[in-house]
Design a protein around this ligand. Structure first.
Ligand SMILES: [Zn+2]
Length: 189
């Protein structure tokens, strides 16, 4: 994308990112300050938290939003798959092997029902696995082994995506992000 190098030169400052909540107060995503301002200006969102320092133009001053809430509820189909990425998968599984629980920097992606046995590449069928467990399981079904899953795999929550997209979660966001875990593991990745 043409904008990528420029984006790298001018990384968005934390103050320029805005947490977007659904009308139901469920966290949806993170957007730019500019986008949030447009949403508020068009009456599509309301400001829940704002910075002390307003947004100034030559003639006006507007509140600088930090958390906004959409006025109209946006239906988010939970089952619509967000593309599987290793980074999100490993974060979902707490950077541990889903079989033995070992914390290793060399995690692999494992299909619980192997693809060779008809297993699909969906969040419910992929887990983080250490290389030895992945090798041990091979092309077998779980019931053909003595191995067990520590948790049943599920699609990652929007909060997880927000956490991964944001290096530092501002304190003002935390009360709107239920189940937020410490970001240290994510930051280390
Ligand atoms: Zn393992």
């Amino acid at each position: 994308m043409a904008v990528a190098p420029r984006a790298r030169c001018y990384p968005q400052r934390a103050v320029d990112r805005v947490l977007v909540l659904n009308a139901s107060y469920e966290p949806l995503n993170v957007c730019s300050l500019r986008r949030a301002h447009v949403l508020v200006w068009k009456g599509k969102a309301e400001i829940l938290e704002s910075h002390d320092r307003p947004l100034r133009s030559a003639t006006t001053a507007h509140p600088r939003p930090h958390v906004i809430r959409l006025v109209t509820y946006v239906r988010v189909p939970r089952t619509v798959t967000r593309r599987i990425s290793r980074r999100v998968l490993f974060a979902r599984d707490g950077w541990q092997c889903a079989y033995c629980g070992s914390e290793t920097t060399r995690l692999t992606l494992d299909h619980v029902v192997p693809r060779s046995r008809g297993g699909a590449s969906v969040w419910e069928n992929v887990v983080a696995s250490c290389a030895p467990c992945n090798h041990r399981k091979g092309d077998r079904l779980l019931e053909e082994t003595s191995m067990t899953l520590r948790t049943s795999p599920r699609p990652p929550s929007p909060v997880l995506f927000i956490r991964l997209a944001t290096e530092h979660i501002p304190d003002t966001w935390r009360m709107y992000l239920p189940g937020l875990e410490p970001a240290s593991a994510a930051a280390a990745a």
